[in-house]
Ligand binder design. Sequence first.
Ligand code: FAD
Length: 289
Amino acid sequence: MKITDIINGSNPSLSFEVFPPKSFDSFEAVRRATVEIADLKPGYMSVTYGAGGSTDIYTPEIASCIAERGVTPLAHLTCIGADEEKVERILSELKKRGIENILALRGDIPKDGSTHGGVYKYASELVAKIRSFGGFCIGGACYPEGHPESASIEADIENIKRKTDAGCEFLTTQMFFDNEIIYSYMDKLLAAGVDVPVVPGIMPVTNAKQIVRITSISGNALPKKFMRIIDRYGDDPAAMRQAGVAFAIEQIVDLYAGGFNAVHVYSMNKPDVARLILDGVSEIIGRDR
Ligand code: FAD
């Protein structure tokens, strides 16, 4: 099924993200977590793609595990450092496995700045490539607080428009912790003519250290309400997990109330967290549980 059909469906959708193993040693643990999350029957599940193509075998494999459990997979694909032959090989592999949905990304530029002879500079070029290859529903990333490399949010949105003009049919957002940011971002997208469906991405923060590290890179604004939770429960893992899940559920409830029909959760291979979140909104998304 196409992701656009799911996110435009009559019931609100809640979906989850997993990341693939980096090596065969952890494949079984990731497969098990993936199956457990898939068995919660989310709207769909995404599988990330390791930086620089480091998971090009495992992303399609984990996507197939998701499909085998009757859940629609969304395979991520990055293009930085890739040549056309490599991208075509992966697209053929995904097609062979019956995977219909791709989140087309540039990927982060390696610290040394080298792109190892890759031919794609921006995600919009990958979107165009996938579109000409044919047969996929294509999504892309967007950044309610602006991409860290962008001079301004307006300049970033101009580039998002390039991506949708190239064939990107839906957008998933970077995480954010203050919903007012996405409501004002939506107005800016619409004003710039970006009218594809947008799926807010929500990160349940269950580990205080991890989130402080991630947000220092992504530049997320952290509301006082959120910082109070980190300060009070950051050193108590069980309490932090409960508070982080509660915060994420509150954000998600507000997003559905505010008119979004689909929310994506960065569930970080944690079936227990995925289950708590799904239970927290089951009536809201009309699930028989
Ligand atoms: P782009 O859309 O190419 O944008 C990158 C930067 O270039 C932006 O600042 C943009 O404004 C600018 N830009 C775009 N087009 C132009 C142009 N024509 N001229 C000038 N500037 C331009 N990374 C992974 O490695 N694996 C993953 O699986 C993964 N999944 C992700 C999922 C989501 C939902 C999100 C939000 C991010 C994900 N990332 C992933 C991280 C992502 O790869 C990085 O944020 C990366 O730095 C940018 O990728 P992009 O696809 O948004 O790039």
